[in-house]
Design a protein around this ligand. Structure first.
Ligand code: NDP
Length: 483
């Protein structure tokens, strides 16, 4: 029997035992492995009060003092990489190697990058003919509410905490109720790094109770949220009567466009990764692929062969390319879309309903699913329009460049897209017309935090990335001096 961890809220630098709990499951075996606080308004009030008390102290520290603590946090995360990767894998179901290679290093980078950026920030100034000068200042705002999802627990939570505290704000975080253990471990490292009490607070619990209490709190003037589009709409409705500053990173239904001038053997390994990495549970996964009709059949054969070779298995095994999905409910939802695709006229080439999954006995109750590839769906079918957020990729042909662009843009989402071509003119022509926040050409998930990141249409409001984070986490002030 596995020992069950009991998570505590982290408020004002203290770990506070809870009186009500929610179960947290290890998706790899389908068993409860942790109890997390079922927090509500009371705990949020305490956390906001602590963050509010800490704000004048933290915001008056110099950038180099803040950077020093943030670099220490990064060092500690790096020192604990193995343990954090194992925990995140147990929390979320992803392979341990993936957490080691991507999630935890990115958490380290988030702190180092923003720690460094605040040492190089420059303010603008102008000189007027009337004998006056203007200069701008970026002022930290106060207590931020940071609400994050379960799919990349540390990567995304630290992508909010790092810029928030770098610019002098304090915060109350609400990680997903399904992946709270890893965030709790980070809280322990914050204490070790010497972050002053109350600068970062973590309240665990579910969204409708703990999350909305943060969004509605009058002393939280800004909210940064990453999650589903439907939740984003609710948050917007809760925040708007109080005129809060909002950043919403929401869902996606990303398209990859493959033109006939590419070398399929060269591009398919990355394309398959872009469909199925993290069990397809990345907002940036390419869940729709449009392929030029002259190479369609060849592409499907090669893609399916490659997808079929992606081993699904225990997250602890280095050979497992995919681990378990986050929860039983989510697994059923994703499988439900595959069943729906058949009703919608789709043909399943590999994966769910076609191939057998083979797991060691210990993992038989885990939430596993094979990479599934579907063709034959119409552009308006639900499987082509809705975010499935699992290991399911739908492939369809296109005729011309115009047709490819129209198909890619024909969804309500606008997060990201990939263009696979060696034609320079087409690279620019197509990329510029895709209605998404990020276009990758001949690559996927290559990110520079200097660049804006975010979604168009139903994929969100606002951008993250260094300049955009300054805009979001500070208020610009202009001072005009006549001389
Ligand atoms: P959810 O929208 O269900 O939840 C996200 C966070 O919001 C969780 O912490 C959740 O808490 C909380 N929440 C839920 N309801 C409320 C509420 N009424 N008020 C305040 N907070 C609330 O998303 P998932 O966790 O299921 O994550 C998957 C989604 O996130 C996908 O749609 C994916 O595309 C999107 N995403 C977007 C990214 C981007 O950069 N654009 C990046 C990564 C994911 P709890 O779950 O504990 O109830």
């Amino acid at each position: 029997m596995t020992e069950i961890s009991t998570v505590e809220n982290f408020i004002d630098g203290e770990f506070m035992p809870a009186s009500r709990f929610l179960d947290s499951y290890d998706p790899s075996v389908g068993e409860v492995w942790a109890r997390i606080p079922a927090s509500g308004k009371h705990e949020v009030d305490l956390a906001v009060a602590a963050a509010k008390r800490a704000f004048p102290i933290w915001s008056s520290k110099s950038p180099s003092e803040r950077a020093k603590v943030m670099n220490k946090i990064a060092d500690l995360i790096e020192e604990n990489l193995d343990e954090l990767a194992k925990m995140e894998s147990k929390d979320q179901g992803k392979p341990v190697w993936l957490a080691r290679a991507v999630d935890i290093p990115r958490a380290v980078h988030n702190f180092r990058f923003y720690a460094s950026s605040i040492l190089h920030t420059r303010n603008s100034s102008t000189i007027l003919d009337v004998g006056a000068t203007n200069y701008t200042m970026h002022m930290p705002i106060g207590v931020a509410g940071l609400i994050s999802p379960w799919n990349l627990p540390l990567y995304l939570l630290t992508f909010k905490i790092a810029p928030c505290i770098a610019y002098g704000n304090t915060c109350v975080c609400k990680p997903s109720e399904m992946t709270s253990v890893t965030s709790w471990m980070i809280a322990k490292l914050l204490v070790k790094a010497g972050l002053p009490n109350g600068v970062v607070n973590m309240v665990f619990g579910d969204g409708p109770e703990a999350g909305s209490a943060i969004v509605e709190h009058p002393d939280v003037p800004l909210v940064s949220f990453t999650g589903g589009t439907e939740t984003g709409k609710k948050i917007m409705a809760l925040a708007s009567p109080l005129c809060k500053k909002l950043s919403l990173e929401l869902g996606g239904k990303n398209a990859a466009l493959v033109f006939d001038d590419v070398d399929l053997d060269e591009v398919i390994p990355t394309m398959v990764k872009s469909g199925f990495m993290n069990q397809g549970e990345i907002c940036l996964c390419m869940s729709r692929i449009f392929v030029q009709e002259s190479i369609f059949e060849n592409f499907v054969n090669k893609y399916v062969n490659s997808a079929r070779n992606m081993l699904v298995g225990p997250p602890s095994e280095a050979s497992s390319k995919l681990g378990a999905l986050i929860s039983k409910e989510h697994l059923n939802k994703v499988k439900g879309y595959v069943a729906l695709s058949v009703e919608e006229g789709g043909m399943i080439h590999c994966g769910e309903g076609v191939d057998e999954i083979c797991l060691p006995q210990k993992y038989e109750n885990g939430y596993y699913m094979l990479p599934t590839v579907i063709t034959g769906l119409g552009p308006n079918s639900r499987c082509m329009q809705e975010e499935i957020f699992g290991p399911v990729v739908c492939i369809a042909p296109f005729t011309t460049e115009e047709d490819a662009i129209e198909k890619a843009n024909s969804v309500k989402f606008g997060l990201s897209a990939c263009v696979w071509t060696n034609d320079v003119r087409r690279t620019h022509h197509v990329s510029q017309r895709l209605q998404v926040g990020t276009v990758w050409v001949n690559c996927w998930m290559v990110r520079d935090l200097n660049m804006p990141f975010g979604g168009m249409k139903a994929s969100g409001i606002g951008r993250e990335g260094v300049n955009d984070s300054i805009e979001f986490f500070t208020e610009a002030k202009c001072i005009c001096i006549k001389y």
